[in-house]
Design a binder for this molecule. Structure first.
Ligand code: FES
Length: 103
């Protein structure tokens, strides 16, 4: 699948993610600035915070309870916030657009 990350300065990075790969790992593989993934995807850092483009919110789904609690640690949480280590690449999400927060 392909993912596009929109950066705060307006630039976009589009790259491939393997099915089953989480989208924090995919962001690191494509050197997306602002996605750090400090905890390695163990849901304990919130440094993989993204906003899901509104057109994709239904397909991406809502965060599970623990992710939801961790999102409270993220700067500038919004309704569209997700932790990208908890979104798994799949054919259904081909073309997904994620917005990288300023912080
Ligand atoms: S990489 Fe730490 S919560 Fe996602």
């Amino acid at each position: 699948m392909k993912v596009t990350w929109k950066l705060p300065d307006g630039t976009e990075i589009t790259g491939a993610a393997e099915n089953g790969q989480n989208l924090m790992q995919a962001a690191l593989a494509h050197d997306v600035p602002g996605i750090i993934g400090e905890c390695g995807g163990t849901l304990s850092c919130a440094t993989c915070h993204v906003y899901v483009d509104p057109a994709w919110s239904d397909k991406c789904g809502a965060p599970e309870d623990f992710e939801d609690a961790m999102l409270d640690m993220a700067e500038e949480r919004r309704d569209s916030s997700r932790l990208s280590c908890q979104i798994e690449a799949s054919p259904d999400l081909d073309g997904l657009v994620l917005i990288v927060p300023e912080e």
